[in-house]
Write a protein that binds this ligand. Sequence first.
Ligand code: NAD
Length: 571
Amino acid sequence: MTIHTETEPHGGVATLPEPQTRAHVAVQTVIEGKRGADLLHDPLLNKGTSFTEKERDAFGLRGLLPANRTTLEQQVDKILSNIRRKATDLDRYTYLVSLQERNTTLFYRVVIDNLSELMPIIYTPTVGLACQKYALIFRRPQGLFISSEDRGRIRELLRNWPRTDIRMIVVTDGERILGLGDLGSCGMGIPVGKLSLYTACAGVPPEQCLPIMLDVGTNNTALRDDPLYIGLGQERLRGPSYDALVEEFVSAVQDVFPKACIQFEDFGNSNAFRMLSKYRDQVCTFNDDIQGTAGVTLSGLYSSLRITGGALTDKKFLFLGAGEAGVGICNLIVQALIAEGLSEAEARARCWLVDSHGLVTKGRTDLAEHKRPYAHDHAPMPDLLSAIEALKPTALIGVSGQPASFSEPVVKAMARINKRPVIFALSNPTSKAECTAEQAYTWSDGRAIFASGSPFPPFTLNGKTHVSGQGNNSYIFPGVGLGVIASESQRVTDEMFFVAAKTLASLVTEDDLAMGRVYPDLQRIREVSAQIAVAVAEVVFARQLTRMRPPSDIAAHVLAQMYQPVYEEYV
Ligand code: NAD
């Protein structure tokens, strides 16, 4: 990939105008013919007690609803007070899922207006727990389950989905769910949660989203032994049969949903890298764990430069974890460094990886293909601390899923080497974070520039309150997805993640940095995603990755696509 720096018009972008209310295409098409209980049971159309008198007459709803009408705002208040009364986050999750299943508009109105409070419920960390308990809390399928027994009929299954204009698919095979490992079919919570974020954070219309579980079995024996387990109780399919299933799936999507982008999500890394390199130049696809994580991390590093001073080219990056996230981030950093004038070899020499066997070096014979570009000439280093002492990195990035691995000596070493050490503990969920915000600030005397994959509450040390940023790819993928959909791109390229990272960094304010946050306030996520989408769409049109004619005003075109959760009048 070559990154063209002229496609970075987004440093300090002016605030975009308020999006226009999007004509709710699905409503226009689906309303015809739907009446009575069918209307109430269609979550995309249901308004519950907000149906107007005219609608109640026109659609045979009399008697099916109590007499008193409520407004959307009243419904939101009721839902919020119910959520806040629940005893646990898992209860809140199941309550919100059941709301999503019965009233899409109300679900998104509640979530969008209370994103900081509810994102940790519908996504990490609570979604991790929900996946672990998925068999117990499963009530209704919220997406498609395609199993290895469906070989030869995947097109048919896709056609069973009740909607046809699908633009964004998130698919997982459940092998590496967050940092929790193989959860098999119970991993379905992740595509469902991610697509909720596409809609909540970027306004991708919910009727255009499709979560898919590719159930190829599980190697988690506890799940297989559980009579309530919802998936295939067999060992994971591997080898040519696995590849053939994925191939049939990808090709069926091209036939049935030709405008859909496929996001591969939480696959094990041996499959994730292979699938990405196989399909990225054939169809519209990306892997968020590899590319989205890279975008959000690069953005955090750009913002950190505003605190540490210096240029990206002066810095050295050490990763704990050499999987999808670690190598994906390295790949994008390398592209960013090349764009700033380094050679590829010089750029790679800035990125170092530590995996479960120590520092990734040339002398090792046990390295998977994806780690080899970052295997440098160096004496073996058995652990993270010795690697830090030897390499003296400016930034330490945790993507290992190993809690407590950024120990006190590790953080103290980073703080001794650097005036403002950059420490990102990106592993999810919270229980897997390499260290907590409190630990990073305490052990560095408040000097760490800290971000984490799952949120931590603000922490006060010696009178200063540190508000750490959430280095989560949810800052990146919704906007990238919206840009890809709005421009009908036929490919997803690394350049899009590069411009997304730059755009995100440009939206971090001085106030954010002053409180220690290298990402914008989450409450601004829709504005952030819209700006990222515009930057991505500009790349699509500039590189001619679409058959669509460029609109005269790309920003207005993107904003017009964004779903707004409002009740439309049906009569
Ligand atoms: P992966 O399975 O591809 O890679 C995990 C890596 O960690 C492997 O290289 C493995 O060798 C290494 N590892 C395991 N045990 C180790 C140990 N004791 N010491 C050092 N390294 C060890 O998984 P991934 O997709 O790269 O994800 C890793 C973690 O990053 C997960 O917890 C995931 O939730 C998190 N993640 C966060 C974000 C985000 O947005 N914040 C995005 C993607 C992934």
